[in-house]
Ligand binder design. Structure first.
Ligand code: PMP
Length: 299
């Protein structure tokens, strides 16, 4: 269970969580109009913080929401971790447009609201994930032809409902298809498949989020000379996959060992997945200087 931490960073100040209040006229509250980033800190440093802040800026540019200067955000991220006594944490920066003076008129917005939260890492979940996770198919679609595709907005209902399907099915995550029925993404993760020694992942431009973990894994695969192709994943290919895995800031590189009731290959994490997991942890280690990066289950 996620513990509510004692402090958040709210509009520039470390504030006791129960004292942070948002206006009922905030566009984020009324319309889900905001942007966010989720990061993971290891030993006091957020992994790939530059990339996360750059993506936050791109999301802000896409919806015309001014973000704070990056130096300010870096300080706030550190302050909220320190206030909660956390060195390893899941961090989230959320920005909304603030309060509108006139209904539906974005030109009348005030100052953006800026929230930064830090939650402890669930290390038992990390350990369990390395043994392999189970996914099910979602009835929700990730639409390629969606105007806000690829932007990390707080308008997160599709992922929220889809993730709920996973919970109801006793699974860890769901896979979302696009309009043509091909798998393109998890509810809150990107998806990779290995077949005949080739790594496949759906391309950006299919409505998916350009995950920072996905980007890092693609860089590692290129460096390691693993043949890689960006393409959507027909459902029947999943049934024939040698390996399947998900990527995300929180889940890192998570082997999928079961889709619905069908095992993926022999039902155990595959060797390419395990090696990409370990190389990803090395990249985390190199970027953050964190001392220990857990290795893959059976490597
Ligand atoms: N897709 C979606 C819809 C997500 O919410 C996330 C998690 N932020 C991801 C992919 C993975 O992105 P990242 O690797 O940047 O965490």
């Amino acid at each position: 269970m996620t513990v509510i931490e004692p402090y958040v960073h709210w509009n520039g100040r470390v504030t006791p969580t129960e004292e942070a209040r948002v206006s009922v006229l905030d566009t984020g509250y009324l319309y889900g109009d905001g942007i966010y980033e989720t990061m993971r800190a290891y030993g006091g440093s957020a992994f790939a913080l530059d990339r996360h802040l750059a993506r936050l800026r791109r999301s802000g540019d896409a919806i015309g929401l001014r973000t704070l200067n990056e130096g300010d955000l870096r300080v706030r991220v550190t302050e909220v971790m320190e206030a909660n006594g956390l060195a390893d944490a899941v961090l989230r920066i959320t920005l909304t447009r603030g309060q509108l003076e006139k209904r539906l008129d974005l030109s009348t917005c005030g100052e953006p609201s800026v929230l930064i939260t830090a939650y402890p890492i669930d290390s038992a979940a990390d350990t369990a994930r390395r043994q392999g996770i189970r996914v099910v198919h979602s009835r929700f679609l990730r639409l390629t032809e969606f105007s806000l595709a690829g932007i990390k907005t707080t308008n997160y209902q599709v992922s929220l409902f889809a993730r709920n399907e996973a919970r109801e099915a006793g699974a860890d995550e769901v896979l979302l298809a696009n309009e043509t029925g091909d798998i393109v993404e998890g509810a809150a993760s990107n998806v990779f498949l290995v077949t005949e020694g080739e790594l496949l992942t759906p391309p950006l431009g299919t409505g998916i989020l350009g995950g920072i973990t996905r980007e890092t894994v693609l860089e590692i695969a290129e460096r390691e000379g693993i043949p890689t192709r960006e393409k959507t994943l027909p459902k029947d290919l999943l049934a024939r996959a040698d390996e399947l895995f998900l990527t995300g800031t929180t889940v890192q590189v998570a082997p999928v060992v079961c889709v619905g009731d069908s095992p993926v290959a022999d039902g155990r994490p595959g060797s390419i997945t395990r090696s990409l997991h370990d190389l990803y942890m090395d990249a985390v280690h190199a970027d953050t200087g964190a001392a220990s990066a857990a290795r893959s289950a059976s490597s």
